[in-house]
Design a protein around this ligand. Sequence first.
Ligand SMILES: [Mn+2]
Length: 410
Amino acid sequence: MNILHTSDWHLGRPLYNKKRYAEQAAFLDWLLVTIQEYRIDALLVAGDIFDSSLPSNRAQALYYNFLGRVAASRCRHVLVTAGNHDSPTLLEAPRDLLAALDVHVVGSVTDDLDREIVLLRDAAGKPELVVCAVPFLRDQDIRRAEAGETGGDKEERLLAGIRAHYGAVFARAEELRRETGAETPLLAMGHLFAAGGTVSAEDGTRELYVGNLARVEAGIFPDSAAYVALGHLHSPQKVGGQDRIRYSGAPLAMNFDEANQRKSVCLVRISPEDMAVETLAVPSWQRLERVSGDWSRIAARLAELASVRESVWLEVSYEGQDLMPDLRERLEERLAGTQLDLLRVQNRRTVQEVLALGSSEEKNLDELDPVEVFARCLDAHEVPEAQRAGLIAAHQEIVQQLAEEDRQAE
Ligand SMILES: [Mn+2]
């Protein structure tokens, strides 16, 4: 059986002022061709289908058009779980309709564990795979599972709740496997932060993007799981050096840190006896480049890029010694008539200067996320290092709570 594992499409997500629907559509087209070419039987999408809990109509159109086409393809099953960016209710609204197309959607945890366990059957109706399709676990999902608040801090309780939930789902899946014949391979899906996972530098400073800080150990996935398809981290990677536990990573570079990162999806070949994983490189449809240095270096690089006559989206970071208040104007002059697009300008020299003066006006508020603003407040108030982790966690919890309330208010 051939399985394709992907995640973190973040449909609808722009990059600064640029919409990315064309790239997102190109990826989905490529995915369909890949499904045919590699004779994929089941597609697993491990969360963060959409970038926001209220995706645009255009983002939803991309998703549903894709599902319609994949349902008509040779791929017999599609499994979709919600990530922290998805609205569980929005994803689950067409659940019954999609089930008729053999597209299984799990948006959130319910009292019924069986909703998170999908038994896939071959064309002859014989069970061929059991999948534990666990969505992103929210605080309230975990609380539901707990009879009462036990000791330990909040993060510890959250981790204990995640472990307990996975434990219960796996136990139930094992039961089902025994009923259907022990030969049926077991797979798991999850959207979480596994210990040892690496994030790109920009994601690292944006913990909010990654969701809660709790990191689960790879040991929560039992040895009986032949493969664990994870989503949440945007760089493709194995967890704990294990071939069978992987993040497929996002298909598009999510920011300029990832500009040169090779993006991929995972091809998993599985039989009752054996499992092998291969990564398939996702093409890039839009070149991203970060250009940094002093003015002469930046100017030289821009000339080089302009001569290639290809569309390039740029982040320019000026790091020269001379103050350059007219940096943006200079850059725009250089880029006129080229295929280069300036998405972001960072004037490090001026920012340093301004920070030294105790003001942060240079960086627009829209370039800062709440985490960065809070970090600046900590700096401004000279909060000692020892107190920061606790304060950052508390702040993050509040911001997340607000985001969840927004979601519930839909
Ligand atoms: Mn995520």
